[in-house]
Design a protein around this ligand. Structure first.
Ligand code: ZN
Ligand code: ZN
Length: 224
């Protein structure tokens, strides 16, 4: 735990977002019911799909094979994300990682876990990249390596909700780093929130172009 978080947790211990008990942002009693598990669907068309596989028809336009989603961006999930993003509460990371990890199937040993890098201005303001922190905890809990293989060029930020608009804004925003690790790799992209999936697709496209064999993704919450 970073020093500041450690000091804060002593002075003002976290209270459970659901029941208010002191100790953790989400206590063991409230955890099973908070952030309800959503059905396994194809992220592209929202049709039910076993193991959250991208369906035949969506696979034509998406470089992703599976997109696992833990929950909807609502109530407790939304509160957790807001603390994580806007209140600099890093203690959220292990909680999100544990919840997100529950939605993952067994991952092959050669899976490389990475994150969707945030715009550098955001990382500067916040002091950390929340998706990277989530990916690191997630990798740890899965016993798999975390590596940074994507960098973000430019400060493009996504605004608006139309899929085509978001796709245009994000195009060319990522570049591969450590290409030797990407070649032939099985990559799991991690992000905290997904809206249309355009960002995940662009990141996956970048990795595929750099030689990745297969790219899957996992997100904590889906924002409709
Ligand atoms: Zn509680
Ligand atoms: Zn589909």
């Amino acid at each position: 735990m970073p020093l500041l978080d450690r000091i804060l947790s002593v002075i003002a211990p976290h209270a459970c977002l659901v029941c208010g008990d002191e100790g953790s942002l989400l206590c063991v009693w409230c955890r099973p019911d908070a952030c309800s598990v959503v059905p396994e669907v194809c992220y592209g068309c929202h049709k039910l799909s076993m193991d959250s596989a991208v369906c035949e028809s969506c696979r034509h336009k998406s470089p992703l094979r599976h997109v696992w989603i833990r929950t909807d961006y609502k109530t407790t999930a939304k509160q957790l994300i807001q603390l994580f993003k806007f209140e600099r509460t890093q203690a959220v990371a292990p909680i999100l990682a544990a919840l997100t990890g529950e939605s993952l199937p067994y991952l092959p040993e050669n899976t490389l876990i990475t994150h969707i890098p945030a715009a550098t201005s955001r990382v500067r303001d916040r002091g950390y990249d929340q998706a990277k922190l989530l990916a690191r905890y997630l990798a740890g809990s899965q016993g798999l390596p975390y590596v940074t293989v994507l960098a973000r060029s430019g400060q493009a930020r996504q605004v608006g909700s139309s899929r085509s608009v978001r796709l245009r804004q994000i195009e060319g925003v990522f570049r591969p780093v450590r290409g030797y690790l990407i070649k032939g790799a099985e990559v799991l992209l991690v992000d905290d929130v997904m809206t249309t999936g355009a960002t995940l697709e662009e990141a996956a496209r970048t990795l595929k172009k750099a030689g990745a064999k297969r790219v899957n993704a996992v997100v904590f919450a889906h924002k409709q």
